[in-house]
Ligand binder design. Structure first.
Ligand SMILES: [Zn+2]
Length: 243
């Protein structure tokens, strides 16, 4: 009969007894924490280096003199899955809300405050301001195509144009074109990467743009604004050093 190192056995028991309250405390802490402060970061597509698409987000202070207000939807909202994805194109919508007060601020307030809905998008544009409610590199629910691999929700930056009767719709379209041009340049995209919501599903959206035959005009504006930004960037680029 042999007694094997009783000292070490006792130490092991003490360590186990010490770990139990630590594990319990951890479990209780986990239960008490209501919502994570940051979302799980899930890259849904291939790595940026492989695809050439960008997964980081920029923030614009202003676009052609129009202020951009950044008011992000809280992480605990069902509107914000918080998943990082590649930025492949822009998706243009209209709010379909003609109420006189339905400007960009009003839609921003609705996105932030109403937790009964899951709809979400990145930017709302009216005739004098832009509201930015989600970082551009996060999924938003606006294209109606769920999680289609190459679809609008998973790859597009959702932009809503206001159609409130108190606003100047044509000016809203001009402002949206400038926003598109800035985003295309920032993310290495081109005017060919601007889509309408209609391109992803049967819905006639953006409704006024389509029914008032302004799609071609809008796309020409985007191209002209983009060309202007590209020319300005080329002029600012440092000249190559010659030796
Ligand atoms: Zn739409």
């Amino acid at each position: 009969m042999s007694r094997k190192r009783p000292g070490r056995v006792r130490l092991g028991r003490i360590l186990i007894l010490l770990m139990i309250p630590l594990l319990l405390a951890g479990a209780v802490y986990g239960l008490l924490r209501r919502k994570p402060e940051k979302p799980p970061v899930v890259v849904t597509e291939t790595a940026e280096e492989e695809s050439g698409y960008i997964t980081y987000a920029i923030t614009l202070d202003e676009v052609h003199g129009i202020p951009v207000n950044h008011v992000y939807i809280p992480y605990d909202s069902s509107r914000r899955p918080g998943e990082i994805r590649e930025i492949r194109f822009l998706t243009i919508h209209e709010t379909d809300n003609r109420s006189s007060g339905a400007d960009a601020l009003a839609h921003s307030n609705w996105l932030i405050g109403d937790t009964t809905d899951i709809t979400s998008w990145h930017y709302t544009v009216d005739d004098h301001s832009i509201y930015h409610n989600l970082p551009d590199n996060e999924i938003a629910w606006n294209a109606g195509d769920n999680r289609s691999r190459d679809g609008g929700n998973m790859n597009g930056i959702g932009i809503e144009m206001c159609v409130n009767v108190s606003g100047d719709f044509d000016q809203t379209v001009r402002n949206t074109a400038w926003l598109c041009a800035e985003l295309l340049q920032a993310y290495g995209l081109t005017p060919d990467d601007v889509y309408l919501h209609r391109d992803f599903m049967g819905k006639i959206c953006p409704h006024r743009l389509i029914t008032e035959n302004k799609v071609t005009w809008f796309k020409e504006l985007v191209q002209a604004d983009y060309d202007e930004l590209q020319a300005a960037a080329a002029a600012e680029a440092p000249t190559e050093t010659e030796e």
